[in-house]
Design a protein around this ligand. Structure first.
Ligand code: 1CP
Length: 417
């Protein structure tokens, strides 16, 4: 009996092993598709639990009460569609703006107490099905020795960007101990897991190699990414070398986040849309694949249960099909693709996430409700996680986000599972 339960509900530490009546309903009522994978993964973990040989930092996390996200990501049926929003812990929240008047951006990232406080802000306000740890993709370039400033009204600025391949050696410390250098993120994750009290799962994340490389070369955001793309054309070998180095760091970083308590992972390739198909296949896709394979392999080697992985390659519709054959469990899509098209490219063995236009939240609440209805009808209620097609914008009315979240729940309730 225990074996079957463990297979249906992925647990991430010993305290996750508990049975709710809902869990039993699912157990007996629903057809199970992923039996073999789960058995393998969970039986390994079960043995480890029995041996008291787990690698996680903390075995006393509260029981996860809402596992909709984890189930949807793993392709297990859900009674309603889970919903969370990229950049949900951010500037559109008045309480975050107040917080920012008192604290520097990276001071918040570096303080587990402050970072967990911001992570919980949207969870207290909205009926979300996941939290995402408050941090930024640019903590990696920072850990590698680059200065990163967060300039009000501008965004991130890296005053000393990479300008030539030799800078890789002179400006970057590539042999860092990632777990040590970014231990403040891991501490924030562990603390947040406790403070969440199992209400919803916690997502860890990283920028993908090409997106990080672009910030490191552009020195901030860019409309064209011309400097970065110049590297791809002029120094393809050195570009590949840098991407490979970043990939190793990202794998170590994501593995450490899971060990610290992250229950899902998202990889942001926010700059994918700057690449044509050929360049995407050369400079992005292989590294995205290496990350999902590397993270899952490393966790298996460490006898730490793997967690679902989400990939968001913005504007890279040409990649949806390839990504559906990768180790990612969820493909996040932007608003510029029809849900039905995304599903036909992805096939049925992967979960989709997305994709309302962030600007749709500027509409009145009736329209938002209607657009959510259409979105849920188009994606369907299974193997689907509702989200925006990119991060929420800073001038969105938080009440409109509440309508978005509640409408997802309203239109996706199903008794047919
Ligand atoms: O709520 C959450 O999603 C968690 C926190 C989070 C995440 C996941 C932040 C906080 N940043 C990120 C990821 C991130 N950061 C991405 C990938 C997601 C995406 O594409 O939107 C990117 C590209 C960044 C880089 C970044 N950091 C930008 C974009 C700049 C640009 O012009 O391209 C900006 C504006 C930031 C700053 C930032 N990060 C996060 C917040 C809340 C803020 C605002 C900073 C402030 O308070 O002034």
């Amino acid at each position: 009996m225990i074996w079957i339960y463990i297979r249906v509900y992925p647990v991430t530490q010993i305290s996750d092993i508990s049975l709710s009546s809902k869990a039993f309903d699912h157990l007996f009522d629903h057809k199970i598709d992923l039996f073999d994978d789960y058995m393998l993964q969970m039986s390994t973990m079960f043995v480890e639990l029995m041996n008291g040989n787990r690698q996680t930092m903390d075995n006393t996390f509260p029981v996860l009460k809402n596992d909709l996200m984890v189930r949807a990501a793993n392709g297990v049926k859900t009674e309603r569609v889970p919903v969370w929003v990229m950049r949900q812990a951010g500037r559109y929240l008045p309480e975050f703006q107040l917080f920012r008047q008192k604290h520097d951006f990276f001071d918040i990232c570096r303080s587990p107490e402050l970072a967990s406080e911001v992570t919980l802000m949207p969870i207290r306000r909205f009926d979300l099905d996941a939290a995402i740890i408050f941090s930024d993709i640019l903590v990696i370039p920072q850990a590698l020795g680059m200065e990163v400033q967060m300039v009000g009204g501008v965004g991130p600025v890296l005053p000393t960007p990479l300008t030539k391949p030799e800078d890789i050696k002179t400006l970057l410390k590539l042999d860092i101990d990632v777990e040590k250098e970014l231990d403040y993120v891991m501490k924030a994750i562990t603390l947040t897991r406790h403070k969440l009290e199992g209400k919803v799962p916690l997502i860890g994340f990283s920028g993908a190699p090409f997106t990080l490389m672009a910030y490191m070369i552009e020195g901030g955001g860019s409309k064209t990414l011309a400097k970065t793309k110049k590297w791809l054309y002029q120094y393809p070998d050195e570009s590949l070398q840098l991407l490979d180095e970043l990939t190793h760091v990202i794998i170590a970083y994501l593995v450490a986040q899971v060990k610290a308590g992250a229950q899902l992972l998202q990889v942001f390739e926010s700059n994918a849309g700057f690449l044509g198909p050929k360049q995407f296949n050369e400079f992005s896709l292989p590294f995205l694949n290496k990350i999902s394979e590397g993270v899952k392999q490393a966790l298996n080697d460490l006898k730490v249960p793997t967690v679902p992985m989400i990939v968001f390659a913005k504007d890279a519709h040409m990649a949806i099909e390839s990504l559906s054959h990768s180790q990612y469990d969820v493909i996040s899509v932007d608003w510029a693709i029809e849900p039905s098209r995304a599903r036909s490219l992805a096939g049925n063995s992967v979960t989709l996430q997305g994709n309302l236009d962030p600007c749709a939240l500027y509409s009145d609440v009736k329209q938002i409700d209607l657009m959510v209805k259409e979105m849920v009808e188009s994606f369907g209620t299974q193997r689907y996680i509702a989200n925006l097609g990119h991060g929420i914008y800073p001038d969105v009315n938080p009440d409109h986000l509440a309508v978005f979240v509640d409408s997802v729940h309203k239109y996706s309730q199903t008794t047919d599972i």
